[in-house]
Design a protein around this ligand. Structure first.
Ligand SMILES: [Ca+2]
Ligand SMILES: [Ca+2]
Length: 390
């Protein structure tokens, strides 16, 4: 009787005889014993990997087998912590006691029972070209559930003249949890943030909601399908109209991630609505740009570009004093703190394009009052200006 206790069965066809290898759990050796079935016979408790050499009833003295490294285990309840997502690797090896090299057809059986409903199991099968009948490297990734639904095995290229003990291929089984990871940047919240584990092939949805004065400017949905193929869908929403949306994520059979970008809404020329709100200005129409709330010499857009306060007339980008002293010319100005300021000079304002030349860069954060001594002036008459870049 074949006992299948919820393990992974791996098998190869050899010379028409089928050798099935069932890997199941055990409490003694990292939860492992190997039970072997050859044809209709079944052998239990052969222990570790080297027990294969002693396996009875071997009519050809040639077997294909799965060698496990570093130890055999079963997927559902092996010796690893239940949270483990480490990859299980099986090596494909020929055991050939005759020694003339092994030539055979080959298939890999992936019979799985009682798989964890919250995981997806991707098998990455690699086949070395050295002994492959088709002369090529072979690589395929399959979803074990899908293989089981179809016919339980993956047809592999045959092997030719493969010596005993040579690893001619590998099977990496990746038992990852079915996750949805949610994150964002900027002013807004996702329906949840962090990551959750979902049952295989279920669906969920997530709400993306921008804070007031913000909008959803972009979201990226990354999905890993049931064979490990990653697809990325990027939605860029530049028109500032989407403040809330609901994203449905259906048929989750792998890792999924949603990343949202919430950006400040802005006026026509770029005043962020949160900046207006922070200064107590309720008007968010484009016309607010040319308003001058505090009555200084600058409108709201100019105050934003200089990072000065639109509600304080003493806060503005202004040269407050120019004094000629023995060491040079001292220039004093006021301004904001978050923009780059360039102190520039020129010697002639009579042309259409005065030749302004920067000679001092004030990088943010800047002090709101700055004094700079110009020792590079080469002319009797000189003009100064402050240019800002936000
Ligand atoms: Ca003003
Ligand atoms: Ca002001």
């Amino acid at each position: 009787m074949v006992l299948m206790l919820g393990g992974l069965m791996v098998a190869n066809d050899a010379m028409g005889d089928r050798i099935d290898i069932e890997v199941t759990g055990n409490e003694n050796r990292y939860g492992s014993t190997m039970d072997v079935r050859h044809g209709s016979e079944y052998f239990e408790g052969l222990g570790g990997d080297n027990a294969w050499f002693a396996m009875p009833n071997d009519p050809d003295n040639k077997w294909l087998m799965i060698y496990t490294d570093p130890y055999v285990l079963r997927l559902q309840s092996d010796g690893r912590p239940t949270s483990s997502e480490t990859i299980f690797r099986a090596k494909l090896i020929v055991i050939d006691k005759i020694g003339d090299g092994f030539t055979t057809s080959s298939r890999l059986n992936l019979l799985s029972l009682d798989l964890d409903a919250s995981r997806h199991y991707t098998a990455y099968i690699h086949y070395d070209n050295t002994y492959a009948a088709n002369g090529s490297n072979y690589y395929i990734s399959v979803n074990i559930r899908d293989v089981n639904e179809f016919r339980n095995y993956v047809e592999l290229p045959g092997i030719v003249n493969c010596p005993s003990g040579v690893v001619f291929g590998t099977v990496d089984i990746n038992p990852q949890f079915n996750r949805l990871v949610s994150s964002n940047v900027g002013g807004g919240t996702n329906g949840f943030e962090g990551n959750i584990i979902l049952a295989y092939d279920t669906s969920t949805n997530i709400t993306l909601a921008a804070n007031p004065d913000n909008y959803l400017s972009q979201y990226i949905l990354t999905r890993t399908d049931n064979t490990g193929i990653v697809s990325v869908v990027t939605n860029i929403l530049p028109d500032q109209t989407v403040t809330t949306t609901n994203i449905a994520i259906n048929n989750i059979k792998g890792r999924n991630a949603i990343f949202a970008v919430y950006s400040p809404r802005t006026t026509l020329n770029g005043i962020p609505h949160p900046w207006l709100t922070a200064h107590g200005i309720a008007n968010k129409e484009d016309s607010v740009e040319t308003n001058n709330v505090d009555g200084d010499a600058f409108n709201n857009l100019q105050e934003y570009l200089a990072d000065t306060s639109p509600t304080n007339k003493d806060s503005s980008l202004t040269i407050t004093n120019i004094a000629s002293i023995s060491e040079g010319i001292l220039v004093n100005w006021t301004g904001g703190s978050l923009v780059t300021q360039y102190l520039e000079r020129c010697y002639d304002l009579s042309t259409n394009l005065p030749a302004w030349s920067p000679f001092f860069t004030n990088n943010p954060p800047t002090t709101t009052q700055t004094n700079i001594l110009d020792t590079g002036n080469t002319n009797g008459q000189v003009y100064y200006r402050i240019r800002v870049v936000r």
